[in-house]
Design a protein around this ligand. Structure first.
Ligand code: NAD
Length: 358
């Protein structure tokens, strides 16, 4: 197949890890006979330094005219003094909004050889492999009315509105059931239907959508119980379907089960162009030293192949190459342990490319 990929490396370690993922995508193209065109764009602090804004119009056009976007990370101390609307991180909100990215997908999978990096006991986390799907553009973060107002008798009142429409729930539920079909065919929908009306509607619509997915099992769980079950018995989950705020919190909890932030990819998808990025930030403390872990970004490229291009075999090949490289004992500093071979960012990328070809 032919595809055009926007490459937005951004700032800090983004500039080191994104080239490694591009290297891997090029190797996939060569091995499986695809043609990927890579178009680079400036984003974040780098774009501010060049043209004064974090998300230049040209970058947005590149993203919109592509089949998928690969993003590194944005931000860093250099730009922290800027006013909020000009901060590098604004570029992320702009991209989400402009590309209509309403679903965020975060897998939390444990690589068995890294089990000791987790704060939980090995027997609890072994073989966990779940996907948290978070609704990204609705709910209490965007609902109106919202604000802080003075009260007549003194003091103030702060308020937000949790609101979801049938259509918003339907489309995110479809993403969850479709994703489950590629996995173990089990969706657990998270809500607080015992207290919240918006959750009552959420549960009703998700149940309705499931009728089109008879091959996928659906269960419902209250968010408080879910937070508990994630640390008690995380293996029970396959796809966790969450609204915006529950997903925000639970996806971080799920991510941390697996230990290292440098290993975790994500995908944000919408009506058209999807965006694929590691869950970590620009890691200014280690930038420019060739020590950042590129695996989260390489795994994000694998998600791109699966979710944007439906190239399942190729995505699986990347996953297997990552696994094999870890099995061979190669480790970047963040996941290094005694007896393992310490490698830099580029060396890790090269090894994954080699294992992909073998
Ligand atoms: P961070 O994720 O950048 O770093 C947290 C810690 O994890 C640091 O110690 C870092 O060295 C380590 N780390 C992160 N990625 C790593 C990797 N690939 N390999 C090895 N170690 C890694 O979070 P932070 O320090 O809170 O934020 C730094 C900057 O990144 C800030 O400007 C923040 O706003 C920005 N940020 C951007 C995004 C994004 O672009 N999506 C996300 C989060 C934070």
């Amino acid at each position: 197949m032919k595809a055009r990929i926007a490459v937005l490396a951004g700032d800090g370690v983004g500039r080191e890890i994104v080239p490694e993922a591009v290297k891997v995508l090029k190797a996939v193209a060569a091995r499986y006979g695809h043609s990927f065109e890579f178009v680079a764009g400036d984003v974040g602090g780098h774009a501010i330094d060049k043209v004064g804004v974090p998300l230049p119009q040209e970058t947005l056009s590149i993203a919109k005219q592509s089949d998928a976007v690969l993003l590194g990370a944005v931000g860093g101390p250099k730009w922290e003094g800027l006013e909020y609307s000009l901060r590098p991180e604004r570029a992320l909100l702009g991209l989400r909004e402009q590309l209509g990215l309403y679903a965020n997908l975060r897998p939390a999978k444990l690589y068995p050889m890294l089990a000791d990096a987790s704060t939980l006991r090995r027997d609890v986390i072994e073989r966990i492999d779940m996907l948290v799907i978070r609704e990204l553009t609705g709910g209490i973060y965007f609902g109106k009315p919202k604000g802080i107002e003075k009260m007549p008798g003194g003091g103030e009142r702060g308020f937000n509105t949790e609101v979801y429409t049938t259509e918003e729930i339907r489309r995110i539920a479809v993403v969850a059931f479709e994703a489950a079909r590629k996995r173990r065919k089990k969706v657990t929908s998270v809500d607080k239907a015992n207290v919240l009306e918006s959750s009552e509607l959420w549960r009703r619509v998700v149940t309705e959508v499931q009728k089109d997915y008879a091959d996928v099992a659906l269960s419902h769980i209250y968010v408080d119980n879910c937070a508990m079950q994630l640390v008690r018995n995380p293996r029970q989950f396959d796809v966790l379907l969450c609204n915006n705020i529950f997903g925000d919190i639970l996806s971080d909890e799920a991510a941390m089960l697996t230990g290292s932030i440098g290993m975790l990819p994500s995908a944000s998808i919408g009506a058209k162009v999807g965006l694929f990025e590691p869950i970590h930030g620009s890691a200014p403390d280690i930038a420019g030293k060739n020590i950042a872990n590129p695996i989260a970004t390489i795994a994000s490229a694998a998600m791109m192949l699966s979710y944007a291009f439906r190239l399942e075999k190729e995505a699986e090949a990347i996953e297997q190459a990552i696994l094999k490289t870890l099995e061979q004992g190669l480790r970047t500093k963040d996941i290094h342990a005694e007896g393992m071979r310490l490698v830099g960012t580029t060396e890790m990328g090269d090894a994954i490319v080699r294992n992909l070809a073998s």
